[in-house]
Design a protein around this ligand. Sequence first.
Ligand code: FAD
Length: 210
Amino acid sequence: MPDYKQFLSELRKFVAHDRIYTDDLRLLAWGTDAGFYRLLPKIVVRSNGEDEVAQILRLAHSMNVPVTFRAAGTSLSGQAITDSVLVVAGKNWEKYSIGQGAETITLQPGIIGARVNEILAPFGKEFAPDPASKNSAMVGGIVINNASGMSCGTHANSDKILRSMRIVLADGTVLDTGDPESRKQPHNSRFYIISNKNISQKPYSSFGTS
Ligand SMILES: Cc1cc2nc3c(=O)[nH]c(=O)nc-3n(C[C@H](O)[C@H](O)[C@H](O)COP(=O)(O)OP(=O)(O)OC[C@H]3O[C@@H](n4cnc5c(N)ncnc54)[C@H](O)[C@@H]3O)c2cc1C
């Protein structure tokens, strides 16, 4: 059993205390997603950036503490709950940039799917993955679940439109799959959080496009 008291005390050294939740009410609230399972987390952290997440993961890794990430929590099969540490990457993760000619868009994982469509509308583009939950579901959760939808079928799921990702590994190092230098570095840990995604966008057709 990991030493959660010690983990919490170390966490409080670098994460603002008002973004760490340990009270019963909020642990109960964060203990469900849209599925029918319940797991009560021991600690919930509302993360606010890549460096901080890297630090959290380094600490968790060193203390053998399991970490689960969460975007909007609309998963239906318990993907976004844990009885250990829940790191929320929603608010504070809403930046984006549009590539040349709006052929690509780089998104942080806390942007709601429907909001991506609002951003792309002036360019005549659309975010291809369209789960029915897209008014709540966020880019991080949509991509990790490889969510599908009525229009995108499987041919325009996230895995078909994703160009690259920045991934914070369990040891706190960052792999940017779009950067050849980063790809050359040795990366042995399994991945945890996606902090930016570069997604290609094409005009939407009746079945979506990839
Ligand atoms: C009403 C409703 C309708 C739905 N309709 C569809 C549908 O039409 N098609 C379909 O495919 N699915 C559908 N879904 C399920 C759908 O897969 C989820 O809604 C969506 O993919 C989850 O997004 P989220 O932001 O809520 O992610 P969460 O549930 O918070 O997380 C999803 C997964 O991503 C991981 N994760 C989240 N953020 C990160 C991050 N930054 N880094 C690493 N991992 C991360 C979590 O750990 C979890 O494993 C529906 C769900 C609901 C409730």
